[in-house]
Design a protein around this ligand. Structure first.
Ligand code: ZN
Length: 143
């Protein structure tokens, strides 16, 4: 059984012309430092500097407003991992304090610097998928 629906031009004008955006795919692409829309173009042109627009698909990316969220989530994740490691090492071997310092200070720095751009990329991808902060092309369309 086939149902055919025909819409006139006036009925079509009320429909959104934009397609659905997968938040999980966009966040994954951002985690890989890729454009959340096409997954091909680079997200950053420096360590944490998001490009103004994608070189592959032209998607404008300057709309993002990640602000303090990436450092917040990075501290949250890294803090929990490091704390679990400190407690496990202390329970198992009870080493002296300098051993903890030698292990966990560099581990904290490396993990934070590695995770920060990935978490920021995921948040930019989420903002793009949720059409936040100017990522909705229809927001400037006259009503
Ligand atoms: Zn792109």
């Amino acid at each position: 059984m086939t149902v055919e629906i025909k819409l006139s031009g006036s009925q079509m004008s009320g429909l959104s012309t934009t397609s659905e955006r997968s938040a999980s795919l966009a966040m994954w692409r951002g985690t890989l430092h890729r454009c959340p829309k096409c997954g091909q173009g680079q997200l950053y042109n420096r360590y944490l500097k998001v490009v103004d627009s994608c070189t592959e698909c032209g998607q404008e990316l300057h709309h993002h407003r990640a602000d303090d969220a990436p450092p917040y989530f990075t501290i949250f994740v890294v803090g929990h991992i490091i704390l679990a490691g400190v407690l496990a090492l202390e329970q198992a071997y009870a080493p002296e304090a300098w051993v903890h310092a030698v292990i966990w200070i560099p581990a904290t720095l490396v993990m934070s610097l590695a995770m920060l751009p990935r978490i920021k990329g995921a948040l930019v991808g989420l903002q793009w998928a949720m059409r936040m902060h100017g990522f909705d092309e229809d927001s400037n369309r006259p009503v």
